[in-house]
Design a protein around this ligand. Structure first.
Ligand code: BGC
Length: 430
């Protein structure tokens, strides 16, 4: 069987219908803001980007959202330059194979905060999971993503839950302000680009998971009563859950193997927690359909897991050693097939990534004057480190085509430690 035939049989295509996807994003964004959520939660962040950031005031930041959990103290000097101190990195609770009870989960955070809890009273908590934010910046976890195993935390207020655990342990009272990483990244871009007059800001993440935030006029956020219509607010789209892109057999089969089938279907097509697993499903289908030599096919069918990094590295260089793919007796023809099968998965991911970013930029309605482009701040290892298919430059090229055709000016920036810097901004302006 030829590769083209194999992809058609399993309803897979690397090319996407960008205009149709943009229209569907826009339609679902509108209904999410009206309170009729289809797949986009459109969560108001209760952050007003126009407040200025207090300087010379230390704040504790907690960054939880990937495989690592980071704790530090951040302080902005008079010129607005941030400095990070007391930095510590731990494993994210609930990601090491254990299932945590709610109390254990909150107590682990109290342990992480104990060494720094007397340095400041405020905490900016970057909690990168679908979380409903209250006007005082506490957050109720709606569901887990990224396969975190701590089911008792769903439905709980995470800011006050951790604050209570810290107080019980140390006697110290902390005010914990919760936001997600896309909102923090947007804010970090705003504070870094203070001298440039942008017309709007977008914060995009492609790491373990994916998501995007933008600024919406309060007038359009009709699901909340009493907002000042002359102001604007950051909205966390939770785009990883978008359901408006066609799924292949590989996507459906892979989704069924995750702990949350049916959820995060977009994220499972493009982000670091999933691309390797999705790739393995594709490779196993190809092995069953006779695209590999018999010894390679047999070994592939016995492979239990494949990380995104190992998959990406091997597609980029199929002679690379040091991954579970070493155990597979590939011939050079098998290696060629491996590349021909793997690349399109990354090409589709790049195309979908660009469509997601374009959807948020277009929704902002900004960028039509070249003097004032839209500032898109991007964070996340999958975006910056993926090697296959010229990933990052492919996303950039696709954005130039899509947004350029609509005369929208934009700039892509990265800010070092964006989630931590942005969480400090949010906590200090709250
Ligand atoms: C979460 C988002 C987060 C994104 C990127 C998704 O799984 O639901 O809240 O922003 O990952 O970390």
């Amino acid at each position: 069987m030829k590769v083209a035939e194999f992809f058609a049989k399993h309803r897979f295509s690397a090319t996407i219908e960008t205009d149709a996807i943009l229209a569907e994003f826009n339609r679902q964004m509108t209904s999410g803001l009206e309170g009729h959520v289809q797949s986009l939660a459109m969560i108001p962040a209760y952050v007003d980007v126009d407040r200025s950031v207090p300087t010379d005031t230390p704040i504790i930041v907690l960054d939880a959202g990937g495989t690592n959990l980071r704790v530090a103290i951040v302080q902005f000097d008079k010129s607005g330059k941030p400095s990070i101190s007391n930095f510590k990195k731990y494993a994210m609770p609930g990601t090491s194979g254990e299932t945590l009870e709610m109390d254990d989960f909150f107590n682990q955070f109290a342990n992480f905060l104990e060494p720094v809890c007397r340095h400041a009273e405020n905490v900016g908590f970057c909690f990168s999971y679908p979380t409903e934010i209250t006007p005082t910046l506490d957050g109720k976890l709606l569901r887990w993503t990224k396969q975190v195993a701590a089911p008792g935390v769903v439905g709980q207020m995470v800011g006050s839950g951790i604050a209570k655990a810290v107080e019980a342990k140390t006697g110290q009272k902390l005010a914990i302000r919760v936001l997600t990483d896309t909102v923090a990244t947007l804010l970090a871009g705003k504070s870094a680009g203070i001298s440039r007059r942008y017309s709007s800001y977008v914060g995009f993440i492609l790491g373990t998971g994916t998501n995007i935030a933008y600024i919406e006029s309060n007038r359009n956020i009709t699901k909340i009563e009493g907002l000042d219509p002359s102001h604007a607010m950051v909205i966390n789209i939770e785009s990883g859950n978008f359901n408006g892109t066609p799924a292949s057999d590989f996507d459906d089969r892979f989704d069924a193997t995750t702990s949350d089938p049916g959820v995060g279907r977009f994220e499972k097509m493009i982000s670091g927690a999933y691309l390797g697993g999705l790739g393995l499903v594709l490779l196993k289908h190809a092995a069953s359909d006779g695209l590999f030599s018999t010894p390679a096919a047999e070994a592939l069918l016995n492979l239990n897991s494949l990380s995104t990094k190992d998959f990406d590295d091997f597609v980029a260089n199929p002679f690379l050693k040091g991954s579970p793919l070493d155990a597979i007796p590939f011939s050079d023809d098998d290696r060629r097939i491996f590349m021909t099968l793997g690349e399109p998965l990354f090409i589709r991911a790049a195309n979908l990534t660009a469509a997601n970013i374009a959807a948020a930029v277009l929704r902002s309605g900004a960028g039509h004057d070249k003097l004032h482009p839209v500032c898109i701040t991007i964070d996340g290892s999958t975006y910056y480190k993926t090697r296959t298919a010229f990933f990052k430059s492919r996303v950039e090229a696709s954005l130039r085509t899509t947004l350029g055709a609509k005369n929208v000016n934009f700039e892509l920036i990265s800010v070092e430690d964006a989630p931590m810097i942005g969480s400090a901004v949010a906590g200090l302006i709250a």
